[in-house]
Design a protein around this ligand. Structure first.
Ligand SMILES: Nc1ncnc2c1ncn2[C@@H]1O[C@H](COP(=O)(O)OP(=O)(O)O)[C@@H](O)[C@H]1O
Ligand SMILES: N[C@@H](CCOP(=O)(O)O)C(=O)O
Length: 293
């Protein structure tokens, strides 16, 4: 059985914990029953010993597999990872979603995407990464009475993402602890109105509105001040054709959207100015998690 799951960029500026989008940058895993437990890792994280000895995918998969079957079996796991760890591209959500989906799929049990999403919520309480990881596309997601309520919109091929990935990892859990405990009424109104405008812009494909609607005052400035070069990344992106440019999740990646015909110019400008960062143009993903038996 093979399963693939996309990277995700959460928040998109003002939509803290509720907006997210899926990228065609994927983790894949092949799982086969085996006499012994074994793991092979290629790509991102392959030189990280924790991923061999204490792998979050394997522990979530084993828990779900045991709860579903009451059996303990051995498997061979072959991981091919494209999503960098702890860079704000939803690596943990990708692991959670794909581990739960695999435990069901390997037993031939069908699980609806909405159910998979709600099972994933037990491991990540904010739904802005897990929803696009499951569904693909742009997503607005809220937790209402312990259930994720969401609306998905496909992204047309005329748009591309350009990501700038610094070498520095940032743990989402730690980064959330550095945010203010309280916000003023003005800042709250600012973010609610911008997040609503941004959602309407995606839904109506009014791409020229993204630049204004993607402004945020609740999290980016507090996170970016620990890596001030990111302010320069944002300025350079907006000067070179980005329709919007925001911190991806909790960082350290910076995420921009451009018309496909402008994305190469944007990628080159960012590569030239920030040669020490990884810069890539990436298509959007409109499928979400995919399972092949
Ligand atoms: N491919 C992977 N395999 C196993 N665990 C992973 C993988 N990718 C991420 N993780 C786990 O998720 C953690 C990163 O989560 P987090 O700080 O939320 O970063 P991100 O912003 O990438 O989601 C890692 O420290 C690791 O425990
Ligand atoms: N809304 C969350 C999103 C975290 O995304 P990640 O990709 O950094 O895990 C936050 O801003 O903390």
């Amino acid at each position: 059985m093979r399963i693939s799951v996309p990277a995700t960029s959460a928040n998109l500026g003002p939509g803290f914990d509720c907006l997210g989008i899926a990228l065609n940058l994927k983790n894949q895993v092949i799982i086969r029953p085996s006499k012994f437990h074994s793991v092979s890792l290629k790509g991102e994280g392959s030189n990280n010993p924790a991923l061999k000895d204490n792998n979050m995918f394997i522990s979530i998969f084993n828990d779900f597999y045991y709860n579903l079957t009451q059996k303990k079996r051995h498997f061979r796991f072959e991981f091919f990872n494209e999503i960098p760890l702890s860079r704000g591209l939803g690596s943990s959500s990708a692991v959670i979603v794909s581990a739960i989906a695999s435990a069901y799929a390997i037993e031939g049990i069908k699980v609806e995407k909405a159910r998979l999403l709600n099972l994933s919520l037990a491991y990540e309480s904010h739904p802005d990464n897990i929803t696009p990881a499951v569904m693909g596309g742009f997503n607005v997601a809220s937790v209402h009475e312990n259930e994720v309520k969401f609306i998905t919109k496909s992204i047309p091929k005329t748009l591309k993402a350009v990501v700038v990935i610094p070498n520095r990892p940032i743990s989402t859990t730690l980064s959330r602890k550095t945010l203010p405990y309280k916000y003023s009424k003005e800042d709250t109104i600012f973010n609610i109105s911008h997040s609503s405008l941004l959602t309407a812009a995606f839904m109506s494909e009014n791409w020229d509105m993204l630049k204004y609607a993607s402004a945020d005052v609740v999290h980016q400035q507090f996170r970016m001040k620990h890596m001030p070069e990111l302010f320069e990344v944002q300025k350079t992106a907006l000067k070179n054709g980005a329709l919007m440019s925001t911190l991806s999740g909790s960082g350290s990646t910076f995420f921009s959207i451009a018309y496909s015909e402008d994305s190469q110019k944007l990628e080159l400008a960012l590569k030239e100015k920030f040669p020490h960062f990884r810069v890539m143009s990436v298509d959007f993903d409109n499928n979400g998690v995919k399972i092949e038996i």
